[in-house]
Write a protein that binds this ligand. Structure first.
Ligand code: DX5
Ligand code: ZN
Length: 215
């Protein structure tokens, strides 16, 4: 059994309320929100006014993935708007330990994200401080990209690191997740699967979420 965090990036933005209501009815464990600034990643997604518009109808915890430079500037805003998890990129944080403490001070859960090229060993001295590690299995910026196979070995390495440190961080994987890559990821030790296109572009998203959860 894995946890599932559908990525809203692949939803129909002209009918956001009905997609959120679908997520509410589904077995999704949380809702993944991709925040892009056009600087850290070559794309811009959505921000506070959009989250504000649906936060009261969404019954699932919000799993916020910040693909932005200087994430410290906005941690309090995301906590106030109701984020349960706040994910910051390792590559965007010069003082990651300070940023993680800042997230925790708001009461939100702290998570660190690694780009595909960033090795797991760099987490050695921070993994015990975070509630979640998010491994990118595509280069961040767009939904619907192809899964990078090297993520499987990174997932195994991360599981080993968490066990060796006796840490409790959950392992989340983001990008190109479907039933095939999801099954392999769970075998390698993943706890949470993010899925955008695979859920929202499917015939029956509720069933798709259910099948991902059963992996
Ligand atoms: C990519 C985002 C992902 C994206 C995943 O930058 O972080 O969350 O929405 O989309 P799929 O599952 O379609 O690869
Ligand atoms: Zn994401």
């Amino acid at each position: 059994m894995s946890l599932v965090s559908p990525s809203l990036l692949s939803a129909d933005f002209a009918h956001l309320a009905s997609d959120i209501e679908m997520i509410n009815r589904s077995e999704a464990d949380m809702l993944h929100l991709d925040i892009m600034d056009g600087v850290f990643v070559p794309n811009i997604s959505f921000g506070f006014p959009v989250i504000e518009s649906f936060k009261d109808i969404c019954t699932k915890p919000l799993d916020v993935h910040l693909m932005i430079v200087e994430p410290d500037k906005f941690i309090e805003n995301f906590a106030k708007i109701g984020a349960t998890y706040i994910n910051v990129h390792y590559e965007a944080c010069t003082h990651l330990h300070r940023t993680i403490q800042k997230i925790k001070a708001t009461g939100a859960k702290a998570a660190v994200t690694l780009n595909p090229h960033t090795p797991v060993c760099l987490l050695e001295d921070i993994v015990s401080d975070v509630d979640m590690v998010l491994l990118m299995s595509v280069n961040p910026g767009y939904g619907g990209q192809k899964f990078i196979e090297n993520t499987l070995s990174k997932t195994r390495q991360l599981r080993e690191l968490i066990e060796r440190k006796n840490a409790s961080a959950l392992i989340e994987i983001d990008g190109g997740v479907n039933l095939e890559t999801g099954r392999k990821l769970v075998e390698c030790g993943a706890d949470i699967l993010v899925a955008g296109n695979f859920v929202f572009k499917s015939q029956d998203p509720i069933e798709t979420i259910k099948s991902l959860k059963s992996l």
